[in-house]
Design a protein around this ligand. Structure first.
Ligand code: ATP
Length: 328
């Protein structure tokens, strides 16, 4: 079976690592029909295009989207993030951001389920009296029962299928008493449907300490958009680094394609030097294969990546891709 995939290599090391990911998928025997889209910071600088609505509509027809990284230092912060990444997440209703972390030496085997369409990143708020000494900026956190519940349900289902069957809610319920209350109540209520899953709660600041000092206590974590963004960078740092951290922006209802991308950015400092680690992109492609029903190929790719992990510091981007491709 052939899967249609939209590929957005993007900027900096994005196209370099995506090329290796596609090489490995081809070696795994899975057939992809790819269409490449020239989007990102470089395209924006060239002709002002970010993500036109016609292109967004085209993307709806694919089975999945594979993205490298977008953003260039010359483009002001927020332009590409809001205009491309967030626009895509919201329009395609990719409401779960899934980030697995596996690093046996550090005792890490956990998955973070981050709510991906609400919270502080929903774009609620604005300026009053901008540019004056009395300027006011507000940035609200939007939490809907529907949005929280579908994310929490996904997390319980995921935890239920893992050997440890453990789910931790991370929030700041003692201070964020409105949003936190909605999250905790929803978590408790959905938990009634999943008696097989053991549950826990940690404040986000405590979770930062535990992720560094005792990451083995976590199996699945569910949290909101902002906390999830920060926690997953921390989890990446304690589990092998940014070069191996993969992520999926899932539309679990499959009403639109999901998007798969490495956690790292475009890394302009090393672009073109052939030193970027493609493993994060390769593992993101493996997550894509899982979602497309190619679990066997995905598992082979993950195993192959663990075998080249030690070598990844000293060899080039394409050498790592070649080695993984040989092993799948
Ligand atoms: P963004 O805001 O898009 O995340 P950034 O520059 O803040 O961009 P990254 O692009 O992720 O963050 O880069 C952070 C650092 O990590 C850079 O110094 C970069 O060289 C390094 N880095 C990122 N990805 C990789 C990779 N795949 N392999 C090796 N080093 C990487």
């Amino acid at each position: 079976m052939t899967h249609s995939v939209a590929v957005i290599g993007g900027d900096g090391i994005g196209p370099e690592v995506v090329a290796e990911a596609l090489k490995v998928v081809a070696a795994s025997g899975v057939d992809l029909d790819t269409t490449h889209y020239d989007l990102g910071g470089a395209r924006y600088l060239r002709d002002g295009t970010i993500l036109p609505d016609e292109v967004l509509d085209e993307l709806r027809d694919f089975d999945a989207i594979l993205l490298g990284a977008v953003g260039t230092p010359e483009v002001p912060p927020g332009v590409i993030e809001r205009g491309l990444l967030l626009k895509m997440r919201f329009a395609l209703d990719q409401y779960v951001n899934l980030r697995p972390f596996l690093h046996e030496p550090a005792g890490v085997d956990l998955v973070v389920v981050r709510e991906n369409t609400e919270g502080a990143y929903a774009g609620e708020g604005g300026f009053l009296r901008k540019g004056t000494p009395h300027e006011v900026a507000t940035q609200g956190s939007v939490n809907t029962r529907m949005g929280v519940e579908r994310c929490v349900r996904f997390a319980f289902d995921l935890a239920s299928g893992r050997p440890a069957r453990h789910l931790t809610l991370v929030h700041k319920t003692n201070v964020l008493t409105f949003a936190g209350d909605l999250w905790q109540r929803t978590f408790d209520e959905v938990g009634v449907d999943h008696p097989e899953v053991a549950t826990a709660y940690d404040h986000v600041d405590a979770a930062c300490i535990h992720l560094v000092a005792d990451p083995g206590r976590y199996d699945v974590i569910v949290t909101d958009n902002l906390f999830g963004d920060i926690l997953t960078d921390l989890a990446g740092a304690v589990s092998g680094g940014i070069g191996v951290a993969a992520s999926a922006n899932l539309n679990p209802d499959r009403t639109a394609p999901s998007m798969f991308e490495p956690v790292h950015g475009s890394a302009p400092d090393i672009a073109g030097t052939a030193t970027a680690n493609p493993v994060a992109a390769i593992l993101s492609a493996a997550m894509m294969l899982d979602f497309l029903g190619e679990a066997d190929a995905a598992a082979r790719i993950r195993t192959a990546c663990t075998k080249v992990a030690d070598a990844s510091r000293s060899v080039s981007t394409s050498d790592i891709g070649d080695r993984v491709a040989e092993l799948v």
